[in-house]
Ligand binder design. Structure first.
Ligand SMILES: Nc1nc(=O)c2c([nH]1)NC[C@@H]1CN(c3ccc(C(=O)N[C@@H](CCC(=O)O)C(=O)O)cc3)C=[N+]21
Ligand SMILES: [Mg+2]
Length: 279
């Protein structure tokens, strides 16, 4: 029987554990999400984060700046949040409007408050095997692998996708857990062949159902990071779920897999950042 990794339930449990730890503190860990402009997908997502944070006892707020905000103004806003002692975590919602360079905004966040784990200092720490803030989606995927009781040391892990946000940090976490890691991507010569060797298959390309059932090794653990909105409004993963299901030992659904874990791990990072900063 294939284990379906219920990210919604696992995230709920994790958020409950975080709420218990937050309740024992003498302060509320502060999270600020900075949103610029009106990207429609960001609206729903920012509201979900805000609700999850508030329910778990965090002081959460969204700073919504107009579309016309200049890069310099955004950097000033970030500097003010860096200097605010009540703010433990800062997340700059992506995508940003085209006239703002995302890498400038990311690098402006105090690495100690970078709960996205996107700052080059945190990316560098992760790549060097040093402790730091780890990106939320890969962190959530590691929780799901633990839930699947994955035996990571020596396992062949294949990460499809090389983004700064998911693919690269995911590969680093698997390497730190002693997997043999392959990073595959759109230019990989034989993508199906690489996937078929995977004991652990992580799909993070953002192409609906690119990964077919017969690319999945019998008994593999499949973590689908793709959240692709189809023209009919439904969400699809990067993996052809119905095809992969009978072959996998464990698999994440979309929706209800990695997505909810990302939000729970944002709170986990914010709590860790708060404790590290405030002692
Ligand atoms: N600085 C920054 N950090 C991010 O982490 C970040 C970002 N910008 N910009 C946008 C993407 C997207 N993202 C999602 C997280 C959770 C769900 C999620 O919970 N999805 C639900 C479904 C939600 C629905 O129905 O639309 C699920 O998969 O079950 C989706 C998308 C984080 N992102
Ligand atoms: Mg790519």
């Amino acid at each position: 029987m294939t284990q379906i990794l219920d990210g919604k339930a696992i995230a709920e449990r994790l958020r409950g554990q975080l709420a218990t730890r937050v309740a024992a503190l003498s302060f509320k860990p502060g999270l600020v999400v900075v949103r610029v402009g009106e990207d429609p997908a960001s609206g729903v997502y920012v509201r979900n984060k805000d609700r999850a944070a508030t329910q778990a006892g965090f002081a959460s707020r969204t700073r919504h700046l107009p579309e016309e905000t200049t890069e310099a103004q955004l950097l000033e806003e970030i500097a003010a949040l860096n200097a605010d002692p009540e703010v433990d975590g800062i997340l700059v919602q992506l995508p940003l409007p085209k006239h703002i360079r995302a890498e400038k905004a990311i690098a402006a966040v105090d690495p100690a408050k970078d709960v996205d784990g996107f700052h080059p200092i945190n990316a560098g720490k992760l790549a060097s095997g040093l402790p730091g803030l780890v990106p939320c989606t890969p962190r959530g995927a590691m929780h799901l692998l633990a839930e699947a009781k994955a035996k990571l040391p020596g396992a062949r892990a294949v990460v499809v996708g090389r983004s700064q946000i998911v693919g690269r940090p995911m590969a680093q976490l698997l390497l730190a857990a002693d997997c043999t890691v392959t990073i595959a991507h759109s230019r990989t010569a034989d993508l199906a062949g690489e996937c078929r060797r995977a004991d652990i298959l992580i799909a993070a390309v953002g192409r609906p159902e690119l990964i077919r059932g017969d690319w999945v090794r019998e008994g593999a653990i499949v973590i689908d990071v793709g959240i692709n909105r189809m023209p009919d409004g439904k969400l699809k993963g990067d993996v052809a779920y119905a095809e992969a299901l009978p072959r996998a030992a464990a698999i994440t659904p979309v929706p209800g897999g990695v997505g909810p874990m990302t939000i729970a791990c944002l709170l986990e990072n914010t709590l860790e950042a708060a404790i590290a900063r405030r002692g």
